[in-house]
Design a protein around this ligand. Structure first.
Ligand code: PNS
Length: 171
């Protein structure tokens, strides 16, 4: 029988516990899962694509049906290339809906063979986002509840360094 392949795309800048929860659930629903670091032209990233791939690999060790990749192109082209069954996205508050709906419909138009599947986020992750993590950390807040413990130091160090550099530039 044909293997079901899911792609979990995102900026993952950085990966949060909201992401890892959705990805682990995708791993139990599909034969193979590709966590895809993708380019979002609307965002400036704190971590390079390679760094994000490394952070994801560290945070997601132990799943034998999962791999992490980077693709600098249209998601629909990638899903077509690998014959993906589904694009899996986490859905948080209603505010996500319009943006996610638009992407799902566009991806369906570009590659009708791949369905977008939404998994509802856990209630405690409802308002969690990478942007929120960066904002909390940059103001000295504790981000340990929001990112996987194994990457906490890497993320905190980078955000602190960026804030420090920014402050020095402003002097
Ligand atoms: O985590 P994000 O930033 O909300 O993820 C958005 C992402 C990266 C999945 C989206 O921007 C994307 O699919 N980028 C790849 C380029 C592409 O296919 N753009 C058209 C999307 S309809």
């Amino acid at each position: 029988m044909k293997k079901s392949i899911a792609v979990c795309p995102g900026s993952f800048d950085p990966v949060t516990v909201g992401h890892t929860d959705v990805i682990s659930r995708a791993c139990s629903l599909f034969d193979q899962v590709v966590v895809l670091v993708s380019s979002n032209p609307n965002k400036t990233a704190l971590f390079s694509a390679d760094e994000r791939v490394q952070l994801l690999k560290t945070a997601l060790k132990g799943y034998d049906n999962l791999k992490v990749e980077y693709f600098d192109g249209l998601l629909a082209d990638y899903t077509k290339k690998i014959g993906a069954t589904a694009i899996v996205k986490g859905l948080r508050a209603m505010s996500d809906f319009e943006y996610e709906f638009q992407m799902a419909l566009t991806n369906k138009r570009l590659n009708p063979a791949t369905e977008t599947v939404f998994l509802t986020t856990k209630a405690e992750n409802m308002y969690l986002s990478s942007s929120m993590v960066k904002q909390v950390a940059s103001m000295g807040g504790d981000i340990s509840p929001f990112v996987p413990p194994v990457i906490l130091k890497a993320v905190t160090d980078r955000i602190n360094k960026t804030v420090k550099n920014r402050k020095e530039e402003e002097k």
